[in-house]
Design a protein around this ligand. Structure first.
Ligand SMILES: Cc1cc2nc3c(=O)[nH]c(=O)nc-3n(C[C@H](O)[C@H](O)[C@H](O)COP(=O)(O)OP(=O)(O)OC[C@H]3O[C@@H](n4cnc5c(N)ncnc54)[C@H](O)[C@@H]3O)c2cc1C
Ligand SMILES: NC(=O)c1ccc[n+]([C@@H]2O[C@H](COP(=O)([O-])OP(=O)(O)OC[C@H]3O[C@@H](n4cnc5c(N)ncnc54)[C@H](OP(=O)(O)O)[C@@H]3O)[C@@H](O)[C@H]2O)c1
Length: 269
C-alpha cells in the first residue's frame, strides 16, 4: 500500500501501462557484471533528458514491439552531467523484465521512456547537517548518483552512506565510494554491511537492528537525531516500512507536498 505521494506515484508507474509511452530505443554502451545476478548497464542518453539524483527512468523490452513491451522503473545511477545513463540491476528469477534484459549484450538496445519520474530527491528534505543514505541491494543507485554529481551534497556538513547486501561481492561501486570517503576528512562515511557472510564487511546485521542497538551510530560517531540528521531510505519494501516506523518513533517526519520533512523513502517493489 502506498504510504506517501511518492510511493503512490512510483507504484502506479511500476504497473503495466495501458498503451505504449513516448519512448526511444537506446543502445547499451557498456555492461559491468558484479555477480551473475547483479550488473550495471550504461545506455545512450537522449538529447534533452534532464534529471536530478534520485530520479528514476522507465525502461522497456522488447524493443521491436513497443506496444507490447514490459516497462519497469529504475533509479538513475549516473551523475547529472554524464553523457550516458547508468542503472544497477538485480536479476529476479522469472522476472518479466530482468529476464529479458539479462541476455542483452553491449550494442543491443532497450526502450527508454522520454520522461523521468520520482520524488526521492534530497531537496524534498528540510535543511540539515548530516545526510544519512540507507540502502539495501540495488537501492544504492540514487546515492551513487548523488555522490557522482558535482556539488550535490554541498549543503550537508557530513554524509553517511550505509549499504546492506547479502554477500560481499554484491557491494557494487565499493571502490568508487571508498576512494572519496578515504580523503574526505570525515565528510563522507561509507558503511558496507554484509548480512550472510560472517566476518566480512564493516558491520553485520540488518540496518534497523544496528540503529536500534546503537551499533551504527557508534560506528560513525554520530547520533541519529531529527534535530540535525536527514535520512533517505531506499530498497526492499519491508526495510523501508520498518525504517519508517523506527524513525517516526525517534521524531523524524515524512516529506509531504509543500512540507519538507526529515525522512524520505523509495520503495522498490
Ligand atoms: C521507483 C523504483 C525504482 C526502482 N529502481 C530499481 C533499480 O534501480 N534497480 C533494480 O534492480 N530494481 C529497481 N526497481 C524494481 C524494478 O522496477 C522491477 O520491479 C524489478 O527489476 C523486477 O522486474 P521484473 O519484471 O524482472 O520482475 P517481475 O516479473 O515484475 O517480478 C517482480 C517481483 O520481484 C520482486 N522484486 C522486484 N524488484 C526487486 C528488487 N530490486 N529486489 C528484489 N526483489 C524484487 C518482487 O517480489 C516483485 O513482486 C525499482 C522500482 C521502483 C518502484
Ligand atoms: N542476493 C542474491 O544472492 C541473489 C541472487 C539471485 C537473485 N536474487 C534476487 O534478487 C532479489 C533481491 O535480492 P537482494 O539480495 O538484492 O535484496 P534483499 O533480499 O532485499 O537483500 C539485500 C539486503 O537487505 C537486507 N534486508 C532484507 N530485508 C530487510 C529488512 N526487512 N530490513 C532490513 N534489511 C533487510 C538483507 O539482509 P538479510 O540477508 O538479513 O535478508 C540484505 O543485506 C531476491 O529476491 C532474488 O529474487 C538475489
Amino acid at each position: 500500500m502506498a504510504e506517501t505521494d511518492a510511493d503512490a506515484a512510483a507504484l502506479a508507474l511500476a504497473k503495466p501501462a495501458s498503451r505504449a509511452p513516448r519512448s526511444s530505443a537506446q543502445r547499451i554502451r557498456a555492461i559491468r557484471r558484479w555477480t551473475p545476478a547483479l550488473w550495471s548497464i550504461r545506455i545512450e542518453r537522449p538529447a534533452n533528458y534532464p534529471f536530478k539524483p534520485g530520479h528514476y527512468a522507465r525502461l522497456g523490452l522488447p524493443v521491436d514491439t513497443p506496444e507490447a513491451a514490459v516497462w519497469r522503473p529504475y533509479s538513475i545511477v549516473s551523475a547529472t552531467t554524464d553523457s550516458e545513463l547508468e542503472f544497477l540491476l538485480v536479476l529476479i528469477p522469472g522476472g518479466a523484465f530482468t529476464s529479458q534484459l539479462a541476455v542483452l549484450r553491449e550494442g543491443d538496445t532497450v526502450l527508454l521512456e522520454q520522461a523521468v519520474f520520482g520524488f526521492f530527491l534530497d531537496s524534498q528534505l528540510a535543511p540539515g547537517d548530516t545526510l544519512w543514505m540507507l540502502a539495501t541491494g540495488t537501492g544504492l543507485g540514487p546515492y551513487v548518483s548523488l555522490l557522482r554529481t558535482p556539488g550535490a551534497l554541498d549543503r550537508y556538513t557530513r554524509a553517511v552512506l550505509v549499504h546492506s547486501v547479502r554477500r560481499a561481492d554484491e557491494l557494487a561501486y565499493r571502490d568508487e565510494i571508498e576512494a572519496p570517503a578515504a580523503v574526505s576528512h570525515g565528510r563522507l562515511t561509507y558503511v558496507p554491511i554484509v548480512t550472510r557472510e560472517p566476518g566480512v564487511g564493516v558491520l553485520a546485521g540488518r540496518i534497523p537492528q544496528l540503529i536500534t542497538d546503537g551499533t551504527l551510530q557508534a560506528h560513525v560517531a554520530h547520533t541519529l537525531d531529527p534535530a540535525d540528521s536527514r535520512v533517505m531510505v531506499c530498497g526492499n519494501p519491508e526495510f523501508t516500512t520498518g525504517m519508517r516506523a523506527l524513525l517516526a518513533e525517534r521524531g523524524f517526519t515524512p516529506c509531504r507536498r509543500n512540507s519538507p520533512g526529515s525522512m524520505l523513502f523509495e520503495k522498490y517493489w
